[in-house]
Write a protein of this length. Sequence first.
Length: 110
Amino acid sequence: MVEITEKAAVELKALLEEQEKQDQSLRIFVAGTSCCGVQYGMSLDNEISEEDDVTEEVSGIKLVMNKNDAEGLSSAIVDYVDGPSGKGFIIDNSASAAEDACGGCGGGCN
Protein backbone atom coordinates (compact mmCIF):
# COMPACT_ATOMS: atom_id res chain seq x y z
CA MET A 1 0.00 0.00 0.00
CA VAL A 2 1.25 3.47 -0.86
CA GLU A 3 1.73 5.77 2.11
CA ILE A 4 1.00 9.49 2.07
CA THR A 5 2.61 11.58 4.78
CA GLU A 6 0.41 13.91 6.78
CA LYS A 7 2.17 16.94 5.27
CA ALA A 8 1.63 15.63 1.72
CA ALA A 9 -2.04 14.87 2.42
CA VAL A 10 -2.63 18.42 3.68
CA GLU A 11 -0.87 19.93 0.64
CA LEU A 12 -2.67 17.60 -1.82
CA LYS A 13 -6.08 18.45 -0.36
CA ALA A 14 -5.26 22.16 -0.55
CA LEU A 15 -4.12 21.78 -4.18
CA LEU A 16 -7.26 19.86 -5.15
CA GLU A 17 -9.44 22.50 -3.52
CA GLU A 18 -7.48 25.41 -5.01
CA GLN A 19 -7.81 23.93 -8.51
CA GLU A 20 -11.43 22.88 -7.87
CA LYS A 21 -10.53 19.26 -8.67
CA GLN A 22 -11.73 17.52 -5.51
CA ASP A 23 -13.31 14.81 -7.69
CA GLN A 24 -9.95 13.80 -9.18
CA SER A 25 -7.52 11.15 -8.03
CA LEU A 26 -3.77 11.26 -7.65
CA ARG A 27 -2.29 8.96 -10.30
CA ILE A 28 1.12 7.55 -9.40
CA PHE A 29 3.13 5.85 -12.13
CA VAL A 30 6.50 4.54 -13.17
CA ALA A 31 7.91 7.19 -15.50
CA GLY A 32 10.95 5.20 -16.60
CA THR A 33 14.20 3.70 -15.46
CA SER A 34 17.82 4.74 -15.60
CA CYS A 35 21.06 3.61 -14.04
CA CYS A 36 19.89 5.58 -11.00
CA GLY A 37 16.86 3.34 -10.63
CA VAL A 38 13.16 3.72 -11.22
CA GLN A 39 11.78 7.20 -11.83
CA TYR A 40 8.24 7.96 -10.65
CA GLY A 41 5.64 10.50 -11.64
CA MET A 42 2.26 11.70 -10.46
CA SER A 43 -0.61 13.68 -11.88
CA LEU A 44 -4.22 14.51 -11.16
CA ASP A 45 -6.55 12.23 -13.07
CA ASN A 46 -10.26 11.56 -13.39
CA GLU A 47 -9.91 8.87 -16.10
CA ILE A 48 -9.82 5.52 -14.31
CA SER A 49 -9.92 2.24 -16.20
CA GLU A 50 -11.57 -0.53 -14.19
CA GLU A 51 -9.70 -3.00 -16.38
CA ASP A 52 -6.18 -1.52 -16.15
CA ASP A 53 -6.09 0.45 -12.88
CA VAL A 54 -6.22 -0.20 -9.16
CA THR A 55 -7.46 2.40 -6.73
CA GLU A 56 -7.18 2.95 -3.00
CA GLU A 57 -7.84 5.76 -0.58
CA VAL A 58 -5.06 6.85 1.74
CA SER A 59 -5.29 9.75 4.20
CA GLY A 60 -8.40 11.00 2.44
CA ILE A 61 -6.69 11.06 -0.97
CA LYS A 62 -7.94 8.88 -3.81
CA LEU A 63 -4.98 7.10 -5.44
CA VAL A 64 -4.93 5.35 -8.80
CA MET A 65 -2.16 3.22 -10.30
CA ASN A 66 -1.84 1.05 -13.36
CA LYS A 67 -2.06 -2.62 -12.34
CA ASN A 68 1.40 -3.19 -13.84
CA ASP A 69 2.91 -0.50 -11.59
CA ALA A 70 0.98 -1.27 -8.39
CA GLU A 71 3.24 -3.98 -7.00
CA GLY A 72 6.39 -1.91 -7.51
CA LEU A 73 4.73 1.06 -5.81
CA SER A 74 3.45 -0.93 -2.83
CA SER A 75 6.10 0.47 -0.46
CA ALA A 76 6.23 3.99 -1.91
CA ILE A 77 5.80 7.07 0.26
CA VAL A 78 4.38 10.30 -1.15
CA ASP A 79 5.77 13.28 0.76
CA TYR A 80 5.86 17.06 0.45
CA VAL A 81 9.17 18.84 0.93
CA ASP A 82 9.81 22.53 1.46
CA GLY A 83 13.50 23.27 1.71
CA PRO A 84 16.35 25.38 0.37
CA SER A 85 16.33 23.60 -3.00
CA GLY A 86 12.60 24.07 -3.54
CA LYS A 87 9.26 22.65 -2.59
CA GLY A 88 6.97 20.06 -4.03
CA PHE A 89 5.78 16.48 -3.91
CA ILE A 90 8.18 13.55 -4.04
CA ILE A 91 7.79 9.80 -4.23
CA ASP A 92 10.27 7.85 -2.14
CA ASN A 93 10.43 4.14 -2.81
CA SER A 94 13.64 3.25 -1.00
CA ALA A 95 12.60 -0.40 -0.73
CA SER A 96 12.79 -0.85 -4.49
CA ALA A 97 15.76 1.52 -4.93
CA ALA A 98 18.12 -0.98 -3.34
CA GLU A 99 17.01 -3.63 -5.81
CA ASP A 100 17.24 -1.30 -8.82
CA ALA A 101 20.59 0.35 -8.10
CA CYS A 102 23.40 -0.36 -10.50
CA GLY A 103 27.01 0.61 -10.34
CA GLY A 104 29.20 2.40 -12.81
CA CYS A 105 26.74 4.96 -14.08
CA GLY A 106 29.09 7.83 -13.35
CA GLY A 107 27.30 9.18 -10.28
CA GLY A 108 24.72 11.91 -10.22
CA CYS A 109 22.07 9.70 -8.61
CA ASN A 110 20.39 11.05 -5.51
